[in-house]
Design a protein around this ligand. Structure first.
Ligand code: UD1
Length: 389
């Protein structure tokens, strides 16, 4: 006689834009497990609401085929203390009501750390996907979130061997650490062909044209007027050579207005072909959804960014990446990928872009374990480690 074991309940936390492409493959892998697996897994998707604009959240749910969240906490923006505190308070209530067997958090945003803390205090096991990354720059809010989340997690899923080495150096027991690869690559591989069929380039008048794609949102780059102005100077010089496409993050847009930096930009309200007379201005758009942005990245001549995830995505796509930061928590993108750090130095920005335009670009060796099967590995490990009741 078959004895049916009871389902285990997993809470998966999504909060901000860079989380959604990490949660989507996990939801799919859970569904695939449930087709054949025993015991079944009952996923509960919690959106903390750290990001709430339609183009920072809803568009990603749509593009990534994510189901509606089961629970939405509606936390919104605030200072670090306010935002983190509100997530802890509201998420704790959910944990007490739902009594999950495990909480899965991804990445390094404030909600990642807050939900991990709320869970561990209630003795609920925590799994951290994207563990072990360190920039060694404690002025970055994400660095604090990474350190704290890793310290309290029971399962630490790392994207690359440097993550394992770092966690071991910090005294985390080896049996808690699982090298599973980069979960964002699961979403990238799942979406790339669909993305490439979209008319994004046509709509922007970029088909067959070289262009640079820029994202910038780190407080260190955009919250200080001198730094932000210096970086925009470098980007404007790039725009004299090739069009610069700059989807603007809400934080960055606020700072542009605050510092009166609008003259650097042409603001496109809709996606229309570029006007030929934009000169050296930067083409600003609302943030793109996942698939349009992936399409833009896959066809870009060069990407300039301060995002963490984009450093990895360009490495997988073999597109040159110039990172406007002093450090990276993803060193494998420097050693094996297309990434180069230029600090906030406009001259380095221009030199590195010129290098790409002259054909001297780095080639990427995509890390072998970044194969699109990370979520399956995670679900296999968690479902065989006894998270059932
Ligand atoms: C957050 C994450 C960062 C991540 C980034 C990706 C933390 C500490 N930071 O930074 O790691 O790389 O998301 O986007 O968790 N805003 C809106 N609409 C939104 C969201 C934010 O207008 O949907 C505005 C608000 O004015 C807010 C500001 O953007 O104050 C910053 O948002 P916040 O979530 O605090 O930090 P991010 O800069 O988005």
């Amino acid at each position: 006689m078959m004895i049916e074991r009871s389902a285990s309940k997993w809470i998966l936390v999504a909060a901000a834009r860079p989380n959604f492409m990490k949660i989507a493959p996990l939801m799919r892998a859970v569904a695939a497990h449930n087709e054949k697996g025993d015991p079944p897994i009952r996923p509960v998707l919690v959106h903390t609401g750290q990001h709430y604009d339609a183009n920072m959240s809803d568009a990603f749910f749509r593009d990534l085929n994510l189901p509606e969240p089961d629970i939405h906490l509606g936390i919104g923006s605030g200072t670090h203390g306010e935002q983190t505190g509100r997530v802890i308070i509201e998420f704790e209530k959910i944990l007490l009501r739902e009594t999950p067997d495990i909480v899965i958090v991804v990445g390094d945003v404030n909600s990642t750390m807050a939900c991990a803390l709320a869970a561990v205090k209630l003795h609920i096991p925590v799994a951290h996907v994207e563990a072990g990354l360190r920039s060694f720059d404690r002025t970055m809010p994400e660095e604090i979130n990474r350190i704290v989340t890793d310290a309290v997690s029971d399962y630490l899923f790392t994207p690359s061997p440097d993550g394992d080495e770092q966690l071991l150096r910090e005294g985390i027991p080896r049996e808690k650490i699982h090298l599973v690869g980069d979960i964002m690559v699961d979403s990238l591989f799942a979406g790339l062909e669909i993305a490439k069929e979209r008319p994004t380039l046509d709509r922007l008048g970029l088909d067959g044209r070289p262009y640079a794609l820029v994202t910038l949102h780190r407080p260190a780059n955009v919250d200080d007027k001198n730094t932000f102005t210096r970086i925009l100077g470098g980007l404007t010089a790039v725009a004299e050579k090739i069009p610069v496409i700059f989807p603007i993050h809400p934080r960055t847009r606020k700072q542009v207005v605050l510092f009166g930096l609008e003259p650097h930009f042409v603001f496109h309200k809709e996606e229309r072909p570029l006007s030929p007379d934009a000169g050296s201005m930067l083409h600003a758009y609302q943030p793109f959804g996942y698939l349009d942005f992936l399409n833009l990245m896959a066809h870009a001549t060069v990407v300039l960014t301060d995002s963490g995830g984009i450093q990895e995505e360009t490495t997988v796509l073999d597109i040159p990446c110039i990172t406007i930061r002093d450090t990276t928590e993803r060193p494998i993108t420097l050693t094996e990928g297309t990434n180069v750090l230029v600090h906030d130095d406009p001259d380095r920005i221009i030199t590195e872009v010129d290098r790409v335009l002259d054909g001297h670009r780095r080639k990427s060796k995509c890390p072998a374990i970044w194969d699109g099967h990370t979520a399956e590995r995670i679900v296999r490990i968690l479902s065989t480690h006894g998270t059932a009741r």
